[in-house]
Design a protein. Structure first.
Length: 492
């Protein structure tokens, strides 16, 4: 066994033609007497490229337990957590004991290739890549901490280190939650799960090469990957929207800027904050903004929030009982609804409609429903006429056997663009990524036909709807709060 491991290292070193990242798992069974010479591009027998060229090399060897690495440390310092008895520091490479005893290694920003030397001295390398840490993928990451697949690495790429749970955003607007209550500490979650986290955005896919390109130019190869990058907001290409309105997506940016919008202090009943969009997200944002701007629940002054919708009613297409409850709530608070109005242009101080009229405003929140994220234009994948990635019932991208897509970015009959659907899909995508690497059968996903919808009214009450029946009250808000907090606790 020992010889076998040594032989492999030598073998790798001998094949060196250009520098590469090599991370060996440091198990005490292996004793490598010397660090390998800097290793290089190495092709797996089945042709999967394992290396990529790097600019600066650092090497590290723990003589007792042996972790062997050569890695790119630029532009940012990469971090290797190796199972060593002592802490070592050499150049830009830092090693220390892992926080959790179950985690043997983890590599940060620049991790591109991982080679596991396993007990039999056999090289095993299968790489799962998660593109985006949306509501479905965070469940895959959490489950990885409970059950890893030997010889398989899990890497997560997301531009945000703290993805936001949208279900609690209206509550944040109303002042019911702090920002930290809504944020998932992604690098902490990955670190606890033994997954690699790369903070970057994927901007292109090359499905033939099983590779993606990130915004900083790096390429990441995978054996199987899944995309869960959510959605953007519709119609942000209308004149003035990007310049003068606050789109509800990306949700992290919405969260960062909504305070400025709500606290501007310039909104009046005649020059209100306008919420454009009257789906579930739009009405929650409007009602919660209204609650925040009122001094108290007893404040009966005219609302400083108004809603603009191209439809005739709030929650158009929703359950009639929920529509009635929300319409009543808007009426009771004096929230004016501009119905059947299509925005043409957003200006700094007003919104102009297609019919030539305009209304003055102090600010605009743009909550017009989901659209495909523009970056998916660079994905060489089949898409529907709205730009969402076409998948089959197992979430496999049509015509691309080793690529999956899930959540809002995926186009699947019956799957709505809502967090509750993405959350439920998490267990299926987890099972299917595992089935793919283990060569077992994929599971089909059946979208739920009904679900409990809970809309936060911002005043301590919520409207709950299930089986076509709606209830309004504080008990509904307590239930929503319990469900949302329990969801967040799973990922802490
Ligand atoms: C204000 C508001 C309130 C809402 N409230 C509810 C609610 O109460 N209940 C409900 O069911 N739904 C709600 N929704 C809808 C819900 O937010 C979405 O349906 C849900 O977030 C979709 O989840 P997802 O997994 O598809 O992606 P998301 O949860 O949106 O996550 C996408 C992730 O991908 C990352 N990403 C984006 N681009 C890239 C890239 N190029 N490369 C790598 N990573 C990338 C992002 O940083 C993010 O972490 C609400 C939406 C809004 C706007």
């Amino acid at each position: 066994m020992i010889f076998s491991a040594c032989f492999r290292f030598k073998d790798l070193a001998n094949k060196a033609t250009s520098p590469t990242i090599l991370v060996a798992r440091s198990l005490s069974q292996f004793r490598v007497k010397r660090p390998p010479t800097i290793c290089s591009s190495y092709a797996h027998p089945n042709g999967i490229p394992l290396g990529f060229p790097c600019r600066r090399i650092a090497t590290f060897c723990d003589k007792t337990v042996t972790a062997v690495t050569s890695l790119d440390t630029s532009p940012s310092t990469a971090e290797i957590l190796a199972w060593s008895r002592e802490s070592h520091r050499e150049g830009n490479v830092r090693t220390r004991k892992p926080a959790t005893s179950g985690v043997l290694w983890r590599i940060g920003v620049q991790a591109q290739a991982t080679i596991h030397i396993r007990n039999g001295g056999r090289l095993v390398d299968r790489r799962i890549l998660l593109i985006g840490a949306g509501h479905s993928h965070i469940e895959v990451i959490r489950r990885w901490s409970e059950e890893k697949i030997p010889g398989v690495s899990l890497t997560v790429v997301d531009p945000s280190a703290t993805p936001v749970y949208s279900g609690m955003v209206p509550g944040y607007i109303a002042g019911q939650y702090q920002q930290r209550d809504l944020e998932i500490d992604l690098s902490g979650l990955c670190s606890r799960s033994g997954a690699n986290f790369i903070r970057d955005a994927v901007v292109a896919t090359d499905s033939a090469k099983s590779s993606v390109r990130c915004a900083d130019g790096d390429e990441i190869d995978y054996d199987v990957a899944s995309i869960d990058i959510g959605s953007a907001v519709a119609d942000t290409d209308l004149p003035g929207v990007i310049e003068h309105a606050l789109p509800s997506r990306p949700i992290g940016a919405f969260l960062r800027h909504i305070d400025a919008l709500a606290n501007a202090g310039t909104a009046t009943a005649d020059r209100p904050l306008l919420v454009v969009g009257a789906g579930a997200g739009g009405v929650e944002v409007a009602l919660c903004l209204d609650a925040r701007l009122r001094a108290s629940n007893r404040d009966l002054s005219p609302s400083r929030v108004q809603i603009v919708t191209a439809n005739r009613s709030l929650l158009e297409g929703g359950t009639p009982s929920a529509q009635r409850a929300i319409e009543r709530q808007a009426r009771a608070r004096g929230i004016i609804v501009h119905r059947g109005r299509k925005v043409q242009t957003v200006y700094a101080d007003r919104v102009a409609f297609e019919d030539g009229e305009a209304i003055p405003c102090a600010g605009v929140a743009w909550v017009t429903g989901p659209a495909a994220i523009p970056v998916t234009a660079g994905f060489d994948l089949p898409k529907d006429d709205r730009g969402f990635i076409q998948v089959d019932k197992t979430f496999r991208v049509r015509g691309v056997p080793n690529l999956f897509a899930v959540g809002d970015c995926a186009s699947l009959q019956g799957m709505k663009k809502a967090g509750v659907y993405a959350v439920r899909a998490g267990t299926v995508i987890d099972a299917n990524l595992r089935a793919f690497v283990e060569g077992t059968q994929l599971r089909a996903y059946t979208p739920q036909s009904d679900f409990l919808s809970l809309l936060n009214l911002g005043n301590g009450e919520a409207v709950g709807t299930k089986w076509g029946v709606s209830w309004r009250g504080k008990s509904m808000m307590r239930l929503k709060d319990r469900i949302d907090r329990a969801f967040m606790d799973k990922y802490r």
